[in-house]
Design a binder for this molecule. Structure first.
Ligand code: P6P
Length: 335
């Protein structure tokens, strides 16, 4: 049941009971992410001002150590998640290895781990293009009260208990799922609250937008080349519209609302593609499927891929179900 103008905090509490593991910890974890998103949003939104943009190591006008925004976002999310004493481990695109929380305190009973891309598309900040945070939440698989191990992080995407993203765009939105549909909340910056603005988001089964970096066309597998030519043909609802802004969260969000497909294939430049399985593809795939969309590597369902390493990359095709299946058809024919 969706209540107009419900805040994210009210929504999290109200839907806690529908979550099969509901013990309040996931609610508290989601509230931590909500808080960190507001803090990062504040910095992202003023990034264009003098002395805010800068490489790590610079000193700004207040004499503070300058931090790149992705370093800043990483620190804020890790700090917020750690302070709430809910998670037992964190993995981040900005950290070489996973972080074990309270590993020396055998009394801690924390059972959730979070994997995060704190600021995806951060190279776009200097040119004022939307960027995003992506998060993925699992229950640990090793015994509670012991330090987490790599095994806790290398779970298949179909084991996620929650996933979501924040898009810092013309408005800032937090979109997430706990396995019971996808809901979008828009931040009212005047009062600092997220409000339910997009209840039960559904990917249209068909779409007419395709998002891919066509500059890499000559390096793509033949099946992808054939699909791109298919999108450009004058036939039925085609040619499609090409929209690619170089920010996964923004391209994904637009395609989910309007109908479309995002592709980051492998190529002779990126043998396994560019996007990371654990904290980009898996969370976006969970959201896509919960919104009646689809996500694969061109052959295999993303959520069924068994991870082998923390920063592993996979080819990624995600969006409207019938469009993803069309790509899979072209990939199969081209073998
Ligand atoms: P390219 C941003 O760096 C990112 O991870 C995604 O957000 C984006 O879709 C993609 O890479 C852009 O990569 O190679 O097309 O510039």
């Amino acid at each position: 049941m969706f209540k107009k103008n419900q805040t994210l905090g009210e929504f999290i509490i109200e839907n806690q009971t529908s979550f099969k593991y509901s013990s309040g910890e996931l609610s508290s974890l989601l509230n931590s992410i909500r808080l960190a998103a507001k803090v990062v949003n504040h910095e992202v939104n003023k990034a264009g001002l003098v002395d805010i943009i800068g490489a790590a190591g610079d000193v700004n006008i207040q004499g503070e150590n300058q931090q790149k925004l992705d370093v800043y976002a990483n620190e804020k999310f890790i700090q917020t998640l750690t302070n709430r004493n809910i998670v037992c481990g964190i993995a981040s695109e900005e950290e070489d290895d996973f972080i074990s929380i309270n590993s020396n305190d055998e009394n801690h009973q924390n059972k959730y781990i979070v994997l995060i891309d704190p600021l995806d598309g951060s190279s776009n900040i200097d040119v004022n293009v939307s960027v995003g945070t992506i998060f993925s939440i699992y229950r640990r698989v090793t015994p509670v009260g012991t330090p987490v191990t790599l095994e806790d992080f290398l779970q298949k995407g179909n084991q996620q208990v929650a996933a979501g993203y924040v898009v810092y765009g013309t408005s800032t939105m937090l979109v997430y799922t706990t396995g019971d549909g996808v809901n979008g909340f828009t931040l009212n910056p005047a009062i600092g609250s997220f409000y339910l603005s997009h209840p039960n988001i559904q990917f249209p089964e068909n779409g007419t937008i395709y998002s891919v970096n066509e500059g890499n066309y000559i390096h793509f597998p033949q099946g992808i080349k054939n699909y791109i030519k298919y999108c450009q043909m004058e036939e039925n609802d085609r040619p499609y519209t090409s929209r690619y802004i170089g920010s996964l969260v923004s391209d994904f969000h637009r395609n989910m609302i309007k109908g479309g497909i995002y592709l980051y294939p492998k190529s002779s430049l990126n043998a396994e593609g560019k996007l990371r399985l654990l904290y980009e593809c898996n969370p976006m795939a969970f959201i896509a499927e919960q919104a009646n969309g689809k996500a694969s590597d061109g052959f295999t369902r993303i959520l069924d891929i068994k991870p082998t390493e923390l920063h592993q990359r996979v080819p990624f095709v995600c969006g409207s179900k019938n469009m993803v299946e069309k790509v899979e058809e072209f990939m199969k024919k081209a073998i």
